[in-house]
Design a protein around this ligand. Sequence first.
Ligand code: UVW
Length: 317
Amino acid sequence: MTNVSDLTEILADAPKNWGKWGPDDEIGSLNYLTKDEVLRGVRSVVSGEVHTLQRLIGDPKGDPVFPGREPAQREMILDESTWDGEDAPQFPGGLHYADDKLLAFLQGSTQYDALGHVWYDGQLWNGYDARTTIGGMEKASVEPIGDRGVVGRGVLLDMARHFGVDSIESRRTFGRDDLLECAESQGVTIEKHDILVIRTNHLQRFFDEGDAFYEDFCEPGLAYSPELVEWFHDTEIPNLVTDTIANEVTTDPNTGASLILHNALMRNLGVVFTEICDLEKLAAACAADNRWDFLYTAAPIKIHRATGSPVNPVVIR
Ligand code: UVW
């Protein structure tokens, strides 16, 4: 591609939260989720209805992943057929059991990105040197996020419904004003420190289109603008959760750069990203009683030095 602007140039005047929570911070904007914020989330529970947001790993219909990654492969290691052979392990009392293992990209299913997952200019979140990623994340891995857990008031913005479509098409972008208009049309206010959950239902197209889904790949989603980033900064959003593979438009239509918001929000502001969620049942429930806020809870699996890890967020309405 020609005339692609550099992230350094695009984000030259963008705000940063580096140092705000000290020189050793690894959870960024999750620091906003204090005990009071947890209780604010609890107060949004009305009916006790529970929704889980993880997509099935090993879905017989396929697992959507970012180009270059592969879906997880589960391998059966032990099952009843193991005891057909003579070399089968023998246990006192005649115990048999099943075992399996997973070969998986840690970003290849519903997942939390570590804050150090993306960078430019040789620096990660909080200014950590990008060379601390070599061989495993020395800084800003997913482990501290898993350790802390994420609990707060979540708000669902159903952008597909707002745009009057079943699923948002490739490349379509939206910004701050669209989010605010969507919230207004749903009758919900996004408050400071809310966990923002955005539905596009774009991945329906993965299941409908098969391999054609990856042709000229460009997911729809939030597109970079200084106003949008300022809004995230001012509203102190701790966590952006979506049902697309990468939470934002893949290629920015204005600059040609890839995944600008990963850098403007995650690297610079410490906003934690949760991707590839299944929001369909939650969205239907919210639309049915026109209640769009809830208690959001999640904890990615703790993996030492990892760049991200699978998660099954739980929402209580
Ligand atoms: C990339 O950063 C490429 O992808 P994701 O954030 O979706 O894991």
